[in-house]
Design a protein around this ligand. Sequence first.
Ligand code: GLP
Length: 257
Amino acid sequence: MEIIILPTAQDVGREAAGKFADVLRRTPAAVLGLATGSSPRATYEALASMVAAGTLDVSHASGFALDEYVGIALGHPESYASVIDREVVVPLGMDPSKVRVPDGRAADIAAACADYEAAISAAGGIDIQILGIGSNGHIGFNEPTSSFASRTRIKTLARQTLLDNARFFANPNDVPTHCLTQGLGTIMDARQLVLVAQGAGKAAAIAAMVEGPVRAFVPGSILQHHHNVSIIIDEEAASELTLTDYYRYTYNNKPAA
Ligand code: GLP
């Protein structure tokens, strides 16, 4: 794992955006894995600045969202379909027909999940996936005890996640109780992973994920088994790590590739 500790949330966004830009400049038709939530916003803003400046073209790329609430109206401002459209597709100038979000309104949920997995495979797999992390260690919506082998499926949100996500809804009781999420196995199949986190509220989850044992109770800890993963965090999110001197030295003295 590459652990990159930077002073501010904006620095985190710029660094993560740089990794996406590298992939997109090499492979304009890259397949992007997209996350919602507050964590990746600075990354999307940094990418949007490059697009606006004419130094990056995302129009040939395709995208797959990590997750979606079950039963939420497509046009609801907090459906992940709406969030991805508003925060990613429009500002990055992506082709909306090339961006998919799991169908949380499907009558046949199992079929919708199988179809989503098939679509990712048909696209050739995900080249680079951005991730946030929940305060309970979840990635996507893979809550504690999710199987490391899991694929896209329905999950029940943990109480902590319902509380954390209540801030996005007018009434806390409006937070949907279920979701569709790429599985941990799906996420691990991406060729490159970039996890971003900011703030003290993520410090315990980051420490458990990076320096703790690999265990299903901390879903993000499975990333320790990925061959190309960068954990890009600000000082506050890094505050419970123990080996920070080494991570800083490694980043500042990185051998040329
Ligand atoms: C959300 C999403 C995750 C996200 C995490 C943290 O509910 N399903 O993809 O990474 O929880 O959210 P935030 O970035 O808003 O802290």
